[in-house]
Design a protein around this ligand. Structure first.
Ligand code: ADP
Ligand code: ASP
Ligand code: MG
Length: 470
């Protein structure tokens, strides 16, 4: 079997963790599998790089950051790589990459401007520092391995901060560059999170995007499976750091996985599923801290034996934009105009709700985008506001809580349970939306109520009993 294995930040967070990741790769090799690896940056490194870039663009460059990053990776190399020549090569590579980081930050401190393009060039350096270490750790366990910069193989659009793969070109390059390595039994270690435009300008796929890199490469290589190694026992009935009795879901469908990821389950980047789904490549989510646990398998069927709600998620840091007025009734085009504005602002709508009286439409977008969207809406709907057809365009910080499951469709009483549970916790539901696929009910609540709402729903649907014990 050809397996693409992705290791997240905590799974490569220290020399010890990298050694464990390397063992998981060499174990799979000994079991007769071929492996291509995708690595994230060591945990915390991407945040450090981004903070440094932001500070540098304000003229505040802290020279100790480079030294700290160098020490973090050099220390790991000294533990992981016994062979002196090999260790020197890895350390030199890390130093060279940090040189680039320092030069870019120096440039920022001169021009005082941080463009999305420059932010991508800097934030993606963490993966470039980690990949040589992971490859060296695999080599020191006796398997062939080399690090590969995704900028050479993962070709993307130029949407900096959220680039999309150009699959044909990516497939061609991946086959030529990784194919021979995999065929001779080596495990290439590719930098997650990053890619480059056709002209070679570095891009990123968005925060948490290494999962997406893994499924893109899995699809490009026609892999048999994609394994996402993380720090929990798979996809669970809720975020285990928020709900203590959350359980692992042994099997979920592609649609459940993407819905869960889209509605806030950080365990998978929300775009991860699509490339795998297109090729029907099974995705497993596994715990590198507990590798004997079977984790979650994502497949076409999922587990149809579980009726109703399977998991509860939440998204914070979002805003509800409301457009209201008694004069909106029957005036065509207001909704169309509003969503034109949202599209022009390149804002992504997470959910929409309209009261049947047509007096109010509301939708949820990222809180960071809200001020710009409200301003643009006020200007585009100036006439309707002046005439009093619309009385108010307002935004309010909220959270979205979602209950998800393929078999919610056809299971009566779900909405009643949702409202009963929230009612008894005295949680006010500001808006509600049920997708026509009926595999998701999303609720808008005040941000302060989000955690309690997730726990109340988890309890009401008895999700502590439906999953697999951790
Ligand atoms: P990695 O660094 O491996 O990519 P992430 O931090 O991005 O890991 O994602 C794993 C985290 O996702 C878990 O530690 C957990 O806190 C969080 N999480 C949120 N929702 C869920 C869920 N439904 N199931 C499992 N983990 C979840
Ligand atoms: N290192 C990147 C991030 O922190 C990508 C990832 O971990 O998936 O966002
Ligand atoms: Mg992640």
């Amino acid at each position: 079997m050809l397996i693409v294995m992705k290791f997240g930040g905590t799974s490569v967070g220290s020399a010890e963790r990298i050694a464990q990741a390397a063992s998981l790769v060499t174990d799979a090799r000994s079991n007769g599998h071929r492996v291509a690896v995708v690595t994230s940056a060591m945990s915390g490194v991407t945040n450090t790089l981004i903070d440094a870039a932001r500070a540098a663009s304000k003229g505040q460059w802290d020279p100790t950051i480079r030294q700290r990053l160098f020490e973090l990776h050099r220390t790991a190399a000294s533990v992981l790589v016994a062979d002196e020549a090999s260790r020197a090569r890895v350390t030199e590579e890390i130093d060279r990459r940090l040189d680039r980081f320092e030069k870019l930050c120096f440039g920022l401190s001169m021009v005082h401007e941080l463009t999305p393009r420059l932010l991508d060039a800097i934030s993606g350096i963490g993966e470039m520092l980690a990949a040589p270490l992971v490859a060296a750790a695999i080599r020191s366990r006796g398997s062939g391995s080399e690090s590969v910069d995704a900028t050479d193989i993962l070709v993307t659009t130029d949407q900096f901060g959220g680039a999309e793969p150009i699959m044909e070109e990516t497939r061609a390059r991946t086959t030529t560059q990784l194919g021979p390595m995999i065929a001779r039994g080596d495990a290439p270690v590719v930098t997650g999170f990053i890619g480059a435009t056709i002209d070679g300008v570095q891009t990123t796929l968005g925060r948490g995007g290494s999962d997406y890199s893994a499924s893109i490469l899995g699809a490009a290589l026609d892999a048999d499976e994609v394994w996402i190694w993380t720090d929990v026992d798979g996809v669970m009935t809720a975020n285990p750091s928020e709900v203590s009795d959350a359980r692992t879901l042994a099997e979920i469908s592609y649609s459940e996985a993407s819905e869960l990821a889209y509605y806030g389950a950080k365990v998978l980047h929300y775009k991860t599923i699509l490339p795998a789904f297109r090729k029907r490549i099974p995705v497993r989510i596994l715990n590198s801290f507990n590798p004997s646990h079977a984790g979650t398998r994502v497949s076409v069927e999922g587990d149809p034996s579980v009726p109703g709600v399977k998991a509860v998620t939440s998204i914070r840091g979002v805003s509800l934009i409301g457009i209201s007025g008694t004069g909106m009734q029957g005036i065509p085009g207001i909704v169309a105009k509003a969503f034109d504005v949202v599209a022009e602002q390149q804002s992504n709508v997470l959910m929409i709700s309209q009261a049947s009286s047509e007096n109010n439409i509301c939708f949820v977008i990222s809180a960071a985008e809200a001020p710009g969207v409200v301003k643009a809406l006020k200007s585009a709907l100036e006439f309707e506001l002046a005439r009093g057809h619309i009385e108010e365009i307002a935004s309010q910080p909220v959270a979205v809580v979602a209950a998800i499951g393929d078999r919610m469709r056809g299971t009566p009483g779900i909405a009643a349970t949702v409202f009963g549970a929230l009612g008894s916790e005295r949680i006010n539901v500001i808006a509600i939306s049920q997708g026509s696929s009926e595999r998701n009910i999303s609720l808008v609540v005040e941000e302060k109520d989000a955690a309690a709402a997730v726990r109340a729903l988890h309890q009401a649907f008895r999700l502590d009993r439906t999953g697999v014990p951790a």
